[in-house]
Design a binder for this molecule. Structure first.
Ligand code: PMP
Ligand code: GLN
Length: 384
């Protein structure tokens, strides 16, 4: 027999898996894939064990347990003043599932979806699998700002969806309320929908306010707003996220969710209720917690020849290696891992058409001090 042609012929194994595997093979300090090397609050960790022992081990309701959807609705009301109901909240197996569901719920054959490069790598395959076409607009270093005129020029009758991401992975840049107003102006009087990837909503620095779609009622009415407990509670391996969307969009979202995963791990959902309700300080302290790590990493990097770009949010830091190597960023990251013992992520892989001569790599600073010191000590060996 002949196997069918690939539906994703241009896709290979995700860079996060490639680099973490290479880091493990070469015992490198892994500052590549984004995950903390420390645990979340003990209330959360112990809660899972407690609820497993209590026998909460069967299917949760399809949309997620009501108490967790309630806590999320309360959070959105309090933090962003958006009066959403728990019926607008769906718990998913990671933000990755939520992104896939939202895109699948609305993208049809021939639709165009505008995404901004460097783009998180799961967007484009989900668009393609649904018969859509990703229209990729470049954000350019060093500011990576959206070119609103270019966006305006790219919108046409086929545009179904625009995907935004703030705080932004991999650049660490953030949108502000003026950006949301610009976006609102461009989609007003159209049927264009928005997917807003806000998985780093609680990791934002220097006193900046997170420009959530939830703060913009006009945009919320046409949006899927997606977040991840993995980022907020240092539990990326649990794969629990959620989507908040107006009722009509939630209805379509759940039609996909119920046949992609049906529902999400039960004991973890119960434990998340407790930590959201009883430990609100965790979220309040997260910006300062990660800002300290950003600053510590940045301080340590001053002793290397890398030039850092500003990081206003996420747990990522871009670094320019111009002058350190002639290699392209993919080759440089491989070499850095195999020969220097530090793994990082090349930025060009998140672009369809990377800017010429861009020499940027991404480090993850969601690490203990020891890990950051160990990694940067190895990077200092490039000084000679
Ligand atoms: N979007 C962005 C921008 C991310 O960085 C991540 C983290 N991997 C995700 C979505 C997916 O999150 P999750 O691990 O909850 O699926
Ligand atoms: N979001 C994480 C990162 O950007 C990785 C997620 C993944 O490995 N799929 O590094």
């Amino acid at each position: 027999m002949n196997y069918p042609a690939s539906k994703l012929p241009h896709i290979s194994t995700t860079i996060f898996t490639v680099m973490s595997q290479l880091a493990a093979d070469f015992k490198a300090v892994n500052l590549s894939q984004g995950f903390p090397d420390f645990d979340g609050p003990s209330l959360l960790l112990e809660g899972v064990g407690k609820y497993i022992a209590q026998g909460l081990n069967q299917y949760a309701p399809m949309a997620g347990i009501p108490a967790l959807r309630e806590q999320i609705a309360l959070k959105v009301q309090h933090l962003y003043a958006n009066p959403v109901s728990p019926d607008e909240v769906t718990i998913t197996s990671g933000a990755t599932e939520a992104l896939f569901n939202a895109i699948s719920a609305v993208v049809r054959q021939g639709d165009e979806v505008i995404i901004f490069d460097p783009a998180y790598d799961s967007y484009e395959p989900a668009i393609t699998l649904n018969g859509g076409k990703a229209v990729r607009l470049n954000l350019l270093p060093p500011t990576f700002k959206i070119d609103w005129q270019q966006l305006k020029d790219s919108i046409n009758a086929k545009t179904r969806l625009i995907i935004i991401n703030t705080p932004h992975n991999p650049t660490g840049t953030v949108l502000d309320k003026h950006d949301l107003n610009q976006l609102a102006e461009l989609v007003r009087d159209t049927n264009i929908l928005i997917v807003s990837d806000e998985v780093y909503e609680h990791i934002i620095f220097d006193g900046l306010a997170h420009a959530s779609i939830h703060r913009h009622p006009e945009l919320y009415a046409r949006s899927f707003v997606i977040s991840s407990f993995g980022k907020t509670y240092h539990t990326t391996g649990w794969k629990i996220g959620y989507c908040v969307a107006p009722p009509a969009l939630t209805q379509e979202f759940r039609k996909i969710h119920q046949y992609v995963t049906f529902t999400t791990s039960t004991p973890m959902q119960y434990a998340l209720v407790d930590v959201m309700r009883d430990n609100p300080q965790h979220v309040e302290q997260l910006p300062a917690f990660y800002q300290t790590k950003r600053d510590e990493f940045s301080q340590l990097m001053q002793e290397t020849r890398f030039k850092l770009l500003p990081s206003s949010g996420t747990y990522f830091q871009l670094a320019d290696y111009t002058g350190l190597s002639q290699l392209n960023d993919v080759a440089f990251c491989r070499w850095l891992t195999t020969d220097i013992g530090v793994a990082a992520i090349p930025v060009s892989v998140f672009y369809e058409n990377p800017p010429a001569d861009m020499k940027l790599i991404r480090f993850c600073f969601a690490k203990n001090s020891m890990t950051l010191k160990h990694g940067t000590a190895r990077l200092r060996s490039l000084n000679i």
